[in-house]
Write a protein that binds this ligand. Structure first.
Ligand code: CDP
Ligand code: MG
Length: 724
């Protein structure tokens, strides 16, 4: 037993969720408990059969209920069965960062090895692997990037594409790539690697009478031998047909799960404020229902943190005997050391409320859940190929998602699911979620495919083809950013450099341009800050205080410089404190600086989690930039230079003020409003650039900076011309 059963202090019940030093007896008991739990998973009883199936088939599809043990167990079964004996690696891809990290940690613990040794993970901006890693969890996007350097994925013996039902754009494209790799590797016995890495034109080319022959977009040739690759596709939904058909009638097996009955309750009427309704429901369950943890599905970090604050505040109005409730958030940009908190049992007598994004639908399984609160919404990408605009929208879930969510309540015993909408609304939901590839801007993925040597994007063997209009619009955007040549090939060096950076093409281009505008230092901070969600937060009841605090960072030019001011202020603070702490010969250095930063963030209504994440992202991108040989310098006080660079970089997102106060986005013609969180909200700026479009009841743009409209014709003359 660990010491979590100890009563925590009310001041910080979360303390009680922190792991304590285990005595060796604790560790033995814990290991025994874990072994028993593993043995009782549905997948354990079919272990031998599954290994045989993987041995017998190059492509295997495994469908199994969430929580049956697919993700944590199958890689271990395959490792034990000798799939890594030649030093090759079992790679498991996840659509979500959190899943890759938390599952890797769990599997390392189950294997009793240190994370980063035999078991590790690798996600964008965070790598925890070593040369001894044999079971590697990663995001699907990261494996796609790896293919740029190792197009035959030669270091892998097995690739497990997990959560394939999520149908992220990366999963879909990865499956297309893997189809080619499988084909090339299966035919490469007696073939060789023909790697012309400088041109990115790798290929296995098989020699026959007619010379070389293509296999998919990869080529075959004689020479070095590759062992065949095994591909396992795992999915929680029942429809394996699409994957099986795509891989020529591949074998699909089903793992029986265990599901207890879940009582589903609906509201009588639609809820106007679903966050308020969520809060009421959490406390209703807490006060009226039997013990058991609550899983709440929200759409993103901002909502999660606002509900977290509200629960913490309201709990004090309850009688003392009812205050035993702790909240734990789980979302993708949460620092990895905090992600594991959701899996730790609540202290004895406490009820744990997990506030999660749709990550907890199928990607991660948290034990102990008895109640699910489902407001019925999800944040999704949406793309209008005609206007070339991608936006984030909060939309109703699909029926499949709603069912997955309620299923979470019945894993360990009978449970209850509270859907915060009327029953008649459920019937109106779409059956399943539209694949992301059909609703997102494709320029990122096209850039990567081009870098992999796929020139004919429309002819690429997609699992499901995106619309022609979306492909063409995205190609056009890449062309306008200078990533493609007139004949639609990757340009050198711009396109190639852009493909190397793990960022949206528009941000990659901004960094490349910034080195010419002598403001790469500023742009690096900007891109890092734009890569995280919500730097500022405004509690409803303290909005005036928050506004005042923000004023000292505000730049009249807009949000980009404001974000830079925040980042630099935090940096300065830490540098100063570091000097003081060094002077005092302090121990526990990291803990102290973390505490100082958290306090400063709290006083200034800044989200310390987001700021820390931005710091990590910053140092990672800086590493890439320096490797590329770009010079990182600052424009100092010359803010004009930075503004011009923003205009040159984000000209596709420029907007002009309209007489009635709204703005018209120049590329799409859409009428948009500046989001109230922007420092330019209610400003009179004539011409602006922005970085994000969010649709609620209005179309809002966020991260906005004023520019001189003449800069557009000067700096993007290929797109804007002066009207005579
Ligand atoms: O992939 P699938 O949904 O089939 O299941 P899994 O993720 O392999 O989870 C199997 C079991 O491991 C579940 O009962 C989880 O509760 C448990 N688990 C855990 O306790 N802690 C983790 N970090 C991950 C999984
Ligand atoms: Mg799983």
């Amino acid at each position: 037993m660990n010491s979590l059963s100890e009563m925590p202090s009310m001041a910080d019940p979360r303390q009680a969720l922190k792991p304590n030093q285990h005595s060796s007896e604790d560790t033995i008991a814990r290991r025994e408990r874990m072994r028993k739990q593993r043995d009782s998973l549905p997948i354990a009883s079919v272990r031998g059969r599954l290994v045989e199936e993987v041995k017998a088939h190059d492509v295997l599809i495994i469908v199994g209920e969430t929580g049956s043990g697919k993700t944590t167990q199958l890689p271990q079964f395959l490792f034990d069965a000798g799939f890594c004996h030649d030093g090759r690696v079992i790679g498991i891809t996840q659509p979500r960062r959190v899943a890759a990290v938390t599952v890797a940690k769990r599997v390392a613990e189950e294997c009793n090895v240190q994370l980063g040794q035999r078991v590790g993970y690798s996600i964008r901006f965070d790598d925890s692997t070593s040369s001894s890693t044999r079971i590697k969890f990663m995001t699907d996007g990261l494996l796609l990037r790896e293919a740029l350097l190792d197009p035959y994925l030669s270091r892998y013996s097995v690739i497990i594409v997990d959560e394939a039902h999520e149908r992220t754009v990366h999963t879909d494209v990865l499956l297309g790539l893997l189809k080619s790799v499988l084909n090339a590797r299966s035919k490469s016995v007696g073939g060789c690697v023909n790697a012309d890495s400088k041109k990115g034109n790798f290929g296995i080319v098989r020699k026959n009478e007619s010379g070389t022959q293509s296999v998919g977009f990869l080529k075959q040739c004689q020479g070095m031998k590759f062992p065949p690759l095994k591909l396992v596709i795992m999915s929680a939904s029942l429809d394996a047909r699409i994957f099986s058909k795509y891989f020529g009638g591949a074998r699909a097996v089903h793992i029986e799960g265990r599901q207890h009955p879940v009582d589903t309750l609906y509201t009588l009427h639609p809820q106007r404020d679903y966050l308020e309704a969520t809060l009421v429901t959490i406390f209703q369950i807490h006060l009226e229902e039997t013990p058991g943890d609550i899983l709440v599905f929200l759409t993103g970090q901002e909502e999660i943190e606002s509900v977290e604050r509200a629960v913490k505040e309201q709990v004090y109005s309850l009688p003392e005997s009812s205050q035993m409730i702790v909240t734990v958030p789980i979302f993708s940009s949460l620092p990895s050391e905090q992600q594991m908190q959701a899996f730790k049992p609540a202290p004895a007598g406490y009820r744990k409320v997990i506030l999660a994004t749709n990550i907890a639908e199928t990607s991660v399984t948290i034990p102990g859940i008895k109640y699910v609160v489902d407001p019925g919404f999800v944040k999704a990408r949406s793309y209008d190929p005609l206007k070339g605009m991608e936006s984030l929208v909060i939309i109703p879930t699909s029926k499949a998602q709603a069912l997955q969510r309620s299923g979470r309540a019945g894993r360990e015993g009978p449970g209850k699911c509270f859907r915060l909408y009327p029953e008649r609304e459920f019937e109106k939901l779409e059956d399943s979620t539209k694949p992301e590839i059909k609703r997102c801007n494709l320029s990122n993925i096209i850039l990567q495919l081009k870098a992999l040597g796929v020139d004919d994007i429309i002819g690429f063997d997609f699992l499901e083809k995106p619309s022609r209009a979306a492909i063409i619009k995205s190609l056009e955007q890449l062309f306008l950013l200078g990533a493609l040549t007139d004949d639609c090939k990757l340009s050198d060096p711009i396109g190639r450099q852009m493909a190397q950076l793990p960022l949206d093409p528009i941000y990659s281009k901004a960094l490349i341009l910034a080195s010419q505008f002598n403001c790469l230092e500023e742009m690096l901070i900007t891109v890092a800050m734009l890569s995280v969600e919500s730097i500022f937060y405004t509690p409803r009841e303290k909005s005036e205080e928050a506004k005042t605090a923000m004023k000292c960072f505000t730049s009249p030019d807009g949000d980009h410089l404001t974000l830079i001011n925040v980042y630099r202020a935090a940096d300065e603070l830490l540098e100063k404190r570091n000097r003081e702490l060094i002077g005092k010969n302090e121990t526990n250095f990291q803990r102290k600086t973390d505490k100082i930063l958290r306090k400063w963030c709290k006083e200034n209504f800044i989200n310390s989690r987001s700021l820390r994440h931005a710091h990590d992202v910053h140092s990672q991108i800086r590493g890439h930039i320096e490797q590329m040989g770009l010079h990182v310098s600052s424009c100092g006080e010359d803010k004009l230079q930075f503004g011009r660079c923003l205009a040159a970089s984000f000209f596709l997102n420029a907007a002009l003020k309209q007489p009635e106060g709204a703005y018209r986005a120049l590329a799409s013609g859409q009428i948009v409003q500046i989001h109230p969180s922007s420092v330019l909200f209610k400003s009179k700026a004539e011409c602006i650039i922005f970085n994000e479009l969010v649709q609620t009841n209005q179309k809002y743009i966020r991260n906005v900076t004023r520019i001189d409209y003449l800069w557009l014709t000067e700096l993007a003359p290929h797109y804007y011309a002066m009207q005579s």
